[in-house]
Design a protein around this ligand. Structure first.
Ligand code: ACM
Length: 476
């Protein structure tokens, strides 16, 4: 295996950062990148003496090695249009490999739309931290963000809202500012390629049957909402969910299939969180459906959506992920559960023999306040909904009391950036960093204690600065 693409990207990054050119030579290179099939997935070895020898079994390993090499050098290497006269590298040998295969970051582009440029920049940041999954939340009550040719009104109507809450939702004020946008199919394919080159897999999410008000605003026949219901302009959980008509389940199936076509072979997230059943409870169709499928209560109806979407995606060779609420109904074998409500939901999934990605809000929801200081910008909740970077660093992906079989179910962890209260790129930076830097160590598996981490993090802030990241200061 040759690592041409990894080396080319390294050369491009170096050129952009400090204007240095990488030249390909056959004799005595300063940097030698070798294939070593005995190394594990994403692992690398790096020996630095008078020259640098890097070994990896796959492109990700080589990419991470060259990232580590940059980390050993001056911060300018992470910037743009800087200069550098020399790059001293300490003599080291590094043998490194991730503990967890799933090292995810999630970004909600539905509540506030972030365009391709912002997402590419975020991918750069994610990749620099050796995270390897970007979960894109592509629809919600407040906006639909992906073009679906058979259902054009999803973006013509569903991608736009006339207003958003001003201040905190609880204040009940509106900003009166239209907001919207969406990705064309081509843009999403380009993002997929951009991410893949940086060893990040984009995991698209279409969240159904709840969080569907934007879809219902576009196609009212999919819901039971009062006539004239538009794309939602408030935050929270809309009562307007997909209805129980057979044609609506076919819509769910066709839409996930259509979006999945843009991401061949990638895992696909079908949402499934926070689906109120009030509209179903008064729908006469529920009686026959519940009898036909032997369902004990209305919660079980959600399983019909899970099944139809999972089946369609599996047929297209996509692994299926869902939020932990799907555990309240029948879940197809092999569904990967993203445990967000708490660690216990992860335990429940693992006990049922399902693989788990740990994403508990109490630890890794970066829409929560950075601290309880009075000056923090408005966030989703008030104290105790606080997640300091120190707390993120204390997060353990596998709870101590998981036995070996349960621990083997844990694929890894994911940090969430929900964007009700994140409207700008700078604020996204502020909420993501340095918490995502702390998270990266936790999920790579090199976590130590805070006294050890803090000086390294302080140094790392220099790299973030070079990258132009508007991170939150460590202490305020
Ligand atoms: C979620 O935070 N509703 C998954």
């Amino acid at each position: 295996m040759r690592f041409d693409d990894v080396v080319e990207l390294f050369a491009d990054d170096l050129d952009a950062a400090v204007g240095w050119r990488v030249e390909r030579v056959t004799e005595e290179p300063d940097l030698d990148v070798r294939w070593d099939p005995t190394l594990g997935a994403e692992a690398y070895r790096m020996r630095v003496s008078s020259r640098v020898v890097v070994s990896a079994a796959d492109g990700a390993g080589a990419f991470y090695a060259l990232g580590a090499l940059r980390q050993l050098g001056p911060h300018e290497l992470w910037g743009h249009e800087g200069t550098l006269t020399e790059w001293p590298v300490p003599h080291v040998e590094i043998n490194d490999a991730p503990q967890f295969a799933w090292r995810g970051a999630h970004l909600d582009v539905a509540r506030h739309f972030f365009d391709g440029a912002v997402v590419r920049r975020f991918i750069d940041q994610v990749a620099a931290h050796r995270l390897n999954r970007l979960h894109l939340h592509l629809n919600d009550d407040q906006g639909w963000r992906v073009e679906v040719p058979a259902w054009p009104r999803l973006t013509e109507v569903g991608a736009w809202r006339p207003s958003s809450p001003a201040g905190h939702e609880s204040e009940g004020r509106d900003d009166g500012q239209p907001h919207g946008g969406f990705f064309t199919r081509r843009e999403l394919v380009e993002l997929r390629h951009y991410a893949a080159r940086r060893h990040v897999v984009i995991v698209p999410e279409i969240d159904l049957p709840g969080h569907a008000q934007a879809a219902i605003a576009a196609y009212p026949e999919l819901g039971s909402a009062p006539p004239g219901t538009g794309v939602w302009t408030r935050w929270g959980i809309s009562e307007h969910v997909l209805n129980l008509e057979p044609i609506t389940r076919r819509f769910a199936r066709d839409v996930v299939r259509s979006v999945a076509e843009l991401f061949p072979g990638a895992p696909f997230h079908i949402g499934g969180d926070e689906c109120p059943t009030r509209e179903w409870e008064v729908d006469p169709r529920r009686v026959t459906l519940m009898a036909e499928h032997h369902l004990a209560d209305e919660r079980g109806l959600q399983g019909l959506f899970t099944a139809v979407m999972a089946h369609a995606l599996r047929a297209g060779r996509h692994e299926v992920l869902a939020w932990d609420e799907v555990l309240d109904a029948v879940v197809p074998d092999g569904t990967v559960i993203v445990a967000w409500r708490n660690v216990e939901e992860g335990r429940r999934a693992a006990r049922r023999g399902l693989d788990v990605i740990m994403a508990p809000m109490q630890w890794v929801y970066f829409d929560w306040l950075n601290s309880d200081a009075p000056g923090e910008p408005v966030a989703i909740g008030s104290p105790p909904r606080v997640t300091t970077w120190e707390r993120v660093y204390a997060f353990r992906v596998v709870p101590d009391d998981f036995d070996a079989a349960m621990a083997a179910r844990v694929r890894g962890a994911q940090a969430q950036l929900w964007t009700e209260y994140i409207a700008t790129r700078d604020h996204l930076d502020y909420m993501a960093f340095p918490r995502l830097s702390a998270f990266a160590e936790v999920v790579w598996g090199t976590v130590a204690d805070l006294a050890d981490f803090r000086p390294r993090l302080e140094d790392h802030l220099g790299r973030l600065s070079a990258m132009g990241v508007r991170f939150r200061p460590l202490d305020l």
